[in-house]
Design a protein. Structure first.
Ligand SMILES: Nc1ncnc2c1ncn2[C@@H]1O[C@H](COP(=O)(O)OP(=O)(O)OP(=O)(O)O)[C@@H](O)[C@H]1O
Ligand SMILES: [Mg+2]
Length: 588
């Protein structure tokens, strides 16, 4: 593990700490004082043993012991002050990291959440920042103590009898070398692999839990989740390899730190010799070393842990950095268009890693106030083209203009104010209906929310809920059907009152009764607005000003229902088929 690298990470951390960075330095300094204070009692211990070996002055022993205890307590108190400093800094760093991450995440194109997986990002926001917090709060003072203690111990050991000191140091040095071999560059790589294996396993686990209903419905066993099992196996294999990799250095380290006692015996033998009667000074030193040498063990273990913690930190900071470095959607200007017509010029879009374009050279103009519909087979690119208009991602080729301004030049928040998007899968948040609707306009009053719900034909839903609009969705068995969720999502769009409305498949879930209600809601809310609707039920698009028919990413046909029906078009074939299916249903 390169020292330079760890310094770089501390630099990044100091940036997050801002003015609190001084507290880290202060914490280190105070921890150093505490470490020195904690070593002083051993000097008094040596004196106590000396007095005891002489076997007289009990009062003096009491006095010396009193000083030793006082110094120990003082060292502890000082250490608590050091912890206080680093904790305050750590909390600030964690909070700053999280808010920077959140601010960054908001600017990222929505596509990132498919590619990178929202589970992974969640783990970084939660766990990597928590790891950083732990490191700053606990490991920084510990590390300072771990660095000072061995130095202090070596001074102590050599101060009284350098011969015994030297012999006692042999196992300590060998142990330290074993430890360093475990902490090599290789280890940093291993740490990364470990974190990645954990991450993959956790996101596969989420997939697994999500998929349980499907698995059960189709009578499959859990073995159908091969991918999840594979990640568990890989994780298991990884940990086994890792353990095997460490077995020799770890055995060496543990043997050395536990063998220190044996070396004292050798030391005593060398010191006292077979034919010499030991003096009381010799006995004093041997006894003293029996007490002090185990401290080397403790000090070395602390050094070992501080190294491991540092690797966790480096990994955490790398991960946070990686999220912060994802390209956000750029804001190339600050123009706000007056008009709200939407124009696509030769727009193509390809999803990351896809082999073909999801939208292919699409050009169209939607006038302000026009009601248009997109229809076409599944996978033809309807959702993608609408998401591009709202700049969920940037086009791969071509341009999208709103009111004559390229949407890249419109500030994100201004563009979002212009557009309401009701998603194909409009999942509601686990909060009250009131808050769910209010999401689009946080300062809306309760009566405004009520009016929006009325416009979106949601009153029958509200009336049957135990706490009306304050009912929390997903709690105590309060669930809404797909069609009901869509209507709440529409209420959210109504409340936002944006001039452009995009409704993706808004009637897909609706049963016939709901469909009529949703239709009524649309008509009410879209008066005077530009509306773009994606629909599978062709009955809902008959009255559109214009219908765009998509196939394999291209806009194949455009026109009103009557125009399209008068020719032999893809639309006519789709419509005829649709009508037959309706008749078939009615006839059945
Ligand atoms: N996140 C994604 N990553 C990669 N490819 C995607 C992604 N989302 C969609 N696609 C692909 O892009 C193409 C267009 O998808 P899109 O969702 O726009 O179709 P759609 O017309 O809305 O379909 P549907 O009627 O089923 O909703 C499809 O081939 C689809 O597989
Ligand atoms: Mg779609």
């Amino acid at each position: 593990m390169g020292k330079v690298k760890s310094k770089e990470h501390m630099k990044i951390i100091r940036q997050y700490a801002g003015s609190h960075a001084k507290l880290i330095t202060l914490g280190r300094f105070i921890a150093a004082i505490s470490a020195v204070l904690s070593l002083l009692p051993f000097y008094y211990l040596w004196k106590i043993i000396g007095v005891a070996v002489d076997g007289k002055d009990l009062d003096r022993i009491k006095k010396l012991a009193g000083i030793a205890v006082l110094l120990t307590v003082l060292s502890l108190l000082v250490y608590i002050v050091a912890l206080l400093c680093t904790h305050i800094a750590a909390f600030r760093i964690q909070a700053n990291m999280r808010s920077s991450l959140m601010r960054r995440i908001i600017t990222l194109p929505l596509g990132v959440f498919d590619d990178e997986g929202s589970g992974k990002i969640r783990r970084i926001v939660n766990d990597s920042t928590a790891a950083t917090e732990t490191y700053i709060a606990h490991n920084i003072p510990d590390k300072t103590v771990a660095a000072i203690t061995p130095v202090g111990l070596i001074v102590l050991i050599f101060a009284f009898n350098w011969k015994i000191g030297l012999i006692c140091l042999i196992p300590a040095v060998i142990g330290f070398m074993c430890m360093m071999s475990m902490m090599g560059k290789d280890m940093q790589q291993k740490m990364k692999e470990y974190q990645t294996a954990l991450e993959t396993m956790s996101s596969e686990a989420t997939e697994y839990v999500r998929g349980i209903p499907v698995v059960k419905t189709f009578g499959q066993t859990v073995h159908s989740f091969k991918r999840f099992k594979k990640t568990i196996d890989e994780y298991g294999k990884w940990t086994t390899d890792y353990t095997l990799h460490l077995r020799f250095p770890m055995t060496g380290f543990m043997t050395c730190i536990n063998a220190i006692f044996a070396f004292i015996v050798i030391a005593a033998y060398v010191l006292v010799g077979a034919d010499v009667t030991p003096t009381s000074a010799d006995i004093l030193n041997v006894m003293y070393y029996i007490i002090v040498t185990p401290l080397i063990t403790i000090a070395l273990t602390k050094v070992a842990y501080s190294g491991e913690a540092e690797m966790t930190l480096i990994d955490a900071v790398e991960r946070v950095k990686a999220v912060m470095e994802i390209e956000p959607l750029t804001e190339e200007g600050s123009q706000v268009p007056e008009k709200k017509d939407i124009e696509l010029k030769n727009v193509s879009y390809r999803y990351k890693d896809a082999t073909r374009n999801a939208v292919e050279e699409a050009s169209l103009l939607i006038n302000e106030g026009e009601h248009v519909a997109f229809v076409g087979p599944s996978g033809s690119g309807k959702t993608t083209i609408c998401e591009l208009m709202a700049r969920f991602f940037d086009v791969t080729d071509g341009e999208i203009m709103v009111g004559g301004v390229n949407i890249k030049k419109i500030p994100q928040d201004k563009l979002m104010q212009m557009i309401s998007f009701v998603f194909q899968d409009s999942r509601l948040l686990k909060t009250s209906i009131l808050e769910n609707v209010r999401l689009s306009k946080p300062d809306a009053s309760e009566s405004e929310v009520m009016n929006a719900l009325k416009t979106a034909q949601c009153m029958d839903i509200i009336e049957k809920l135990p706490n009306g609009i304050n009912t929390v969705i997903g709690e105590k068995g309060t669930y809404l059907s797909g069609g009901e969720q869509q209507r709440i999502a529409i209420a959210r769009a109504v409340l936002k009152d944006a001039p452009i409305l995009i409704l993706d498949e808004a009637t897909a879930f609706a049963d016939p009764d709901n469909e009529a209600k949703v239709q009524a809601a649309f008509e009410e809310m879209t008066k005077g607005k530009t509306m773009i609707m994606i629909a599978h039920r062709l009955s809902t698009v008959v009255n559109a000003d214009r219908i765009f028919v998509m196939e394999k990413g291209r806009i194949k046909e455009a026109g009103t229902h009557d125009e399209l029906m008068s020719e032999n078009t893809l639309y006519k074939r789709m419509y005829d088929e649709y009508s037959r299916s309706i008749e078939w249903k009615v006839g059945a």
